[in-house]
Ligand binder design. Structure first.
Ligand code: RTP
Ligand code: MG
Length: 141
């Protein structure tokens, strides 16, 4: 497996629930290292730009509304197979389908308020990381 980086976001619902530390702990226990991090309240425009691939989808407005409803924690995770490893830790998009012990099973309330975002491939990870962090703000771990 290759050393990878992936973009992770703790969404507004999970920040509001005060479980950022519990979620970070799961990353660390799985061997993922935090290579960059910041808290940010996304504007509508920033949320639209980030989720631009979904702009034609019926849920786009709700998604943008939710992602700009409160501060999020944005981090770059680094480790062996980081993209897939993070997706496994997150669980399925809809918490009803998420495997027990995953972040979404434990902290998400609905398919909209689903606690975390994670890049879905190495290529999208590179684009998403650059959307939020200049390369000088990402640290090799
Ligand atoms: P994310 O991008 O946030 O990590 O989530 P994901 O890969 O698991 O799911 P994706 O298909 O990329 O969808 C992005 C977010 O849009 C919302 N969604 N709603 N109502 C629906 O059918 C629906 N489908 C997706 C979810 O909040 C999902 O996280
Ligand atoms: Mg996605």
């Amino acid at each position: 497996m290759a050393l990878e980086r992936t973009l992770s976001i703790v969404k507004p619902d999970a920040v509001a629930k005060n479980v950022v530390g519990e979620i970070y702990s799961r990353f660390e226990k799985a061997g993922l290292k935090i290579a960059a991090a910041k808290m940010k309240h996304l504007s509508r425009k920033e949320a639209e730009g980030f989720y631009a691939v979904h702009r034609e989808r019926p849920f786009f407005n709700a998604l943008v509304e939710f992602m700009s409803s409160g501060p999020v924690m944005i981090q770059v995770l680094e480790g062996e197979g980081a993209v897939l490893k993070n997706r496994e830790l997150m669980g399925a998009t809809n918490p009803k389908d998420a495997a027990p012990g995953t972040i979404r099973a434990d902290f998400a309330d609905s398919i909209d308020a689903n606690a975390v975002h994670g890049s879905d491939a190495a290529e999208t990870a590179a684009v998403e990381i650059a959307y939020f962090f200049p390369s000088t703000d990402v640290y090799a771990r």
